[in-house]
Design a protein around this ligand. Sequence first.
Ligand SMILES: Nc1nc2c(ncn2[C@@H]2O[C@H](COP(=O)(O)OP(=O)(O)OP(=O)(O)O)[C@@H](O)[C@H]2O)c(=O)[nH]1
Ligand SMILES: [Mg+2]
Length: 385
Amino acid sequence: MTTIPTQTTVSRLTAAVPAAIAVLQVVGPRAAEIVEQCWRPNQGTSHLSLNRIRYGFTLNSNQEPGESIVVCQTEWNRIEIHCHGGRIASDQIVRELVRNGAVEQSALESIGQELDDEIANEARDDLTKASTFRTTAILLDQMRGALGNEFRSIRSLMNAKQYSEAGSRLRLLHGRYTVGRHLIAPYFVVLAGPPNVGKSSLLNLLLGYSRAIVHEQAGTTRDLLSERSSFDGWPIELVDGAGIRERGMAADEIEAMGIERTLQRIGESDCLLLLVDSVSGWTNVHERILSHPRGHTILVRTKSDLAIETASDRSFRLAQEIAKLESDGKVASVVETSAVSGFGLTQLMETIVAVLVPQSLQPGDAVPFRQRHLDWIETNLAKIS
Ligand SMILES: Nc1nc2c(ncn2[C@@H]2O[C@H](COP(=O)(O)OP(=O)(O)OP(=O)(O)O)[C@@H](O)[C@H]2O)c(=O)[nH]1
Ligand SMILES: [Mg+2]
């Protein structure tokens, strides 16, 4: 489980090279008391209050003015001190803080220590927002110390200079962040294709209820529709929108705006379902969508119930296009579906999950789930590369 810090530490957050300013951090139960003994403000009392930026100077052991500083208490047990960036200034301030009871610590140690203590709290916070058993179980593991323990043992490896082992464990954690960042925030899965290809029908099928209007008229969906769901315990947000047309071919201004919105969401997608009608086949619209930035792409051949067995020019061209896209790595997978019979639905859901969550996780595995966990991993990876 987590450790409660009993000592108060001081560490330099900025690099030990000459710079305009240096930033020191004092953390621990006696942070305010120690800093208050070591400084005098230009105005007012030396007593600090939360989030108020104060200007003043340090006092040396003879109570004489020393370095000019800016002080801010950012939490009840954390104070930031900004001073001149030369080494002499920060050394003098650290000396005074240590003389008054702080323990000097490297920034890496200090950040790591706090991470361990806060991970359980962060996991507890996120647990209240978790929407599936699977994500709840992963967060429970982190609350019970999976990630904190892994950080601690990586830190020990770093201290023992076992960089190769530390590096491979850091890289493994780094890969798991793609899962960790989606324990609360859903993966965006966007359905796109030309008008009438069957996007809204497939959205309804994937959701299990009739969310979007389905109609034989092309251009039925105009604005974006998005709905939360979960596949195999992973939170998913499905997005349906206007059918894309070739550039400049929108029926009217409203449709053009709808197409722009859909293209924007394609750019933000974690997974794009690119729909192609099994009967009308491959079009320039598909080329347009593929030239756009997008997430992992699954090609979905819709209306398989209407596909004619005999080879037509269209179906031949579609088969050719699909073979080329697969060999170029432009699509991760191809799935055939029918919204009428439900054919291919299970396979499509499994493919979406396989594309979004390629790592297999075991119970108790460490999973970083906040940006700052990733920052810690990347900072350490940079140190050993
Ligand atoms: N036979 C068959 N018809 C389908 C299938 N999927 C969709 N359709 C029909 O195709 C037409 C268009 O379906 P929609 O789901 O509205 O298509 P869309 O891509 O959302 O169309 P827009 O919103 O206009 O861009 C409707 O008449 C559907 O009933 C399918 O798998 N098989
Ligand atoms: Mg639609």
